[in-house]
Design a protein around this ligand. Structure first.
Ligand code: GLY
Length: 364
């Protein structure tokens, strides 16, 4: 049994397949989508020994020849140097415009290989095969691709939609527990911005929500993919609604930047950012205080950081990092805030004194 979710973007529409054991069907799913040329299978040093062979075998069984390119695991691979290595691998493997790229891994592999596919020969098709929870529910869907620059994350990139996304939940048990928790922060985010019932499910399941083998887990991932697909279909280029996906990210990104991307995983920083945004929401957009408390309790129950984790950080540095955020307008950060659990507003300017007040409260 598998679930499919369609991302409806006219002639660039594509399906997301979600289920167990789907890696074995990767080749046939590619073929069904008309992807039959030579493939470059991009993965990282952590995933290659686990799933590289299964992916290549599945492609071969469907009559698709592939060459492999393996980058070191970790954010440090999202650079132009690694990109150049991928272009070289593509040239050496003789990839042409009928060829395609398969991104097998977490968000780093997806962003890097996706950007390579967006730019090689002015764009070839690609398939996302996410193996981290965060990539499954967020980064593999929606076509954001890119690399980092020495001056900041994701500063160079392109919108380039994949032709297919294959989410095999059986790859999750090998994901380190902390990475899994980090992905759960993005799951909670969908509940908060769009789906009170999803939030209620996570609240009810508690730590059982952390069991990828659990009966409801496929439905939880599918619900997130459905939300992502709907938002992207409505606002592919982030002119409006897509900004709601940045709930918790304004402070989250600033915390990552202010600590050299070394202290927290992305989802952990976003969890603190969501706690902060929830507090701002009580003050500015009418979120009931009891819902603020429920949000903190769910995040903590999942083992995610929320408040006092930032006690040693300097506000002026964090505020400056928020002002540098890609989504800031004229150096004024814009926030996504909640009216209630399941309903968000975006583009909200928050007075400086309110930002500081909420920060002080977060540190207690
Ligand atoms: N990760 C946020 C987005 O895809 O827009």
């Amino acid at each position: 049994m598998a679930t499919t979710v369609d991302v409806r973007l006219g002639d660039r529409s594509y399906p997301i397949w979600i289920g167990r054991g789907l890696l074995g069907s990767l080749g046939s799913l590619c073929r069904e989508r008309g992807l039959t040329g030579h493939a470059l299978l991009v993965t990282d040093s952590g995933i290659a020994p686990l799933y590289g062979e299964a992916a290549a075998d599945s492609l071969a069984a469907a009559g698709i020849a592939s060459a492999a390119a393996v980058v070191p695991a970790g954010e440090a691979s999202k650079t132009h140097d690694r990109l150049l290595e991928l272009y070289r691998a593509a040239v050496e493997a003789g990839l042409d415009r009928s060829s395609f790229v398969v991104a097998l891994g977490g968000g780093v592999v997806g962003d890097l290989a996706g950007f390579m596919a967006a730019t090689y020969l002015r764009g070839v098709r690609y398939v996302q095969v996410p193996t981290s929870l965060l990539a499954m529910v967020d980064s593999s869907v929606g076509g954001k691709t890119g690399v980092d620059l020495p001056w900041g994350k994701n500063l160079v990139g392109a919108f380039h939609q994949p032709s297919l996304v294959v989410v095999d939940l059986d790859t999750l048990p090998t994901l380190p527990a902390a990475e899994f928790r980090s992905g759960m922060a993005e799951v909670v985010k969908y509940g908060l911005i769009r789906d009170a019932s999803l939030f209620g499910t996570i609240e009810r399941l508690g730590p059982a929500a952390l069991d990828p083998a659990g009966a409801t887990f496929e439905e939880v991932v599918a619900a997130c993919c459905r939300h992502k697909a709907e938002v992207v279909a409505a606002d592919e280029r982030e002119g409006g609604l897509r900004a709601t996906l940045n709930f918790g990210h304004t402070l989250g990104h600033a915390l990552e930047a202010a600590t050299g991307f070394a202290r927290w995983r992305h989802g952990e920083a976003v969890a603190i950012g969501m706690a902060y945004a929830a507090r701002l929401s009580v003050r500015l957009t009418g979120l009931p205080p009891a819902d603020h408390d429920r949000i903190l309790s769910v995040l903590r129950g999942l083992g995610l950081p929320t408040t006092s984790a930032v006690a040693d950080l300097c506000w002026s540095e964090v505020a400056a990092a928020m002002a540098r955020d890609k989504k800031a307008a004229g150096r004024v950060p814009r926030f996504v805030l909640l009216e209630r659990i399941g309903s968000a507003r975006y583009g909200i300017e928050v007075p400086a004194e309110v930002l500081k007040e909420a920060w002080d409260a977060l540190r207690q």
